[in-house]
Design a protein. Structure first.
Length: 277
């Protein structure tokens, strides 16, 4: 997700939602808050995430292929070194539990909306078949005011394509944008509402398409709200190395479940229905 979009996009979406009820004055307030948030957040991280693609814990052997798709969080923007990215954290966690090396491929691109998932899949090498795929996307759909049904349709299509390749799939739903302290109220509250609505719809679509779903707003959102200085990176928008570690640890139970290595998942995780026959 890009800093120039959080303020402008959430403000525009909020304006559209409330304009009929609250009028010009409220719209102007949101627009002013958007400009303020944009100035505060800045752009200290640039637009490029670190390249963490490699075989992690190579000594274990028998590598499992892990694919990570989505936006800047999936790409790991904000990590200081490659081992701190979300993909690397997930790879190391899987390797530790499975005693098997993990070959990471990151297709995620900073700034992506859900509509970009198809292109990320199209860009994979011919014949590539991941054992497991993780998708984290949604923040840019909120800030770009993408209609929820459209965003969810793109996500569901991506999950179905991955399932057709034989991959287990885990979707990390849209984070709670209400955790972004640089965004003032009431703009932050409106962003929180929009992100929660999208996250709920994403979970339903993921389960329907055969993926596991992890509510990032529930499982790690409280850490970002109560400990923002530790959990956010320099831009106070993307996760810090600790934020990525917490996120990976929280998602790991569903990754193991998607691989058939775990039967039950904790609060904030949802498994697809078991299909008979």
């Amino acid at each position: 997700m890009r800093r120039s979009l959080i303020a402008v996009g959430v403000a525009a979406g909020a304006v559209g939602a409330v304009s009929g009820a609250l009028g010009v004055g409220f719209r102007r307030l949101l627009q002013a808050q958007a400009a303020r948030a944009r100035a505060i957040i800045g752009k200290p991280l640039g637009e490029d995430a670190l390249d963490a693609d490699r075989v992690w814990k190579r000594a274990y052997g028998d590598p499992l292929d892990l694919l990570v798709l989505g936006d800047s969080i999936a790409a790991g923007l904000g990590a200081g070194v490659r081992k701190e990215t979300l993909g690397a954290r997930l790879s190391k966690g899987l390797a530790k539990h499975l005693h098997r090396s993990v070959r990471l491929r990151t297709g995620a691109v900073v700034g992506s909306e859900s509509s970009a998932l198809a292109g990320q899949l199209d860009a994979l090498p011919d014949g590539y078949r991941p054992h497991l795929a993780v998708i984290v996307v949604g923040g840019n759909d909120v800030t770009h005011r993408v209609p929820v049904p459209d965003a969810v349709a793109h996500l569901e299509d991506a999950v179905r394509r991955l399932r057709a390749l034989g991959a287990g799939v885990v979707v990390g739903t849209c984070p709670d944008l209400g955790a972004l302290r640089p965004v003032p109220q009431p703009l932050r509250a409106l962003g929180s509402l929009a992100s929660k609505q999208l996250a709920s719809a994403q979970e339903e679509a993921a389960l329907r398409a055969g993926a596991h779903a992890v509510s990032l707003g529930q499982v790690v959102g409280p850490f970002f709200i109560t400990n923002p200085d530790e959990m956010f990176s320099l831009d106070r928008f993307h996760p810090s190395p600790l934020g990525y570690r917490r996120t990976a640890e929280a998602m790991l139970p569903s990754l193991l479940a998607a691989l058939g290595e775990r039967d039950e998942v904790p609060f904030g995780h949802a498994a697809p229905p078991v299909r008979e026959g």
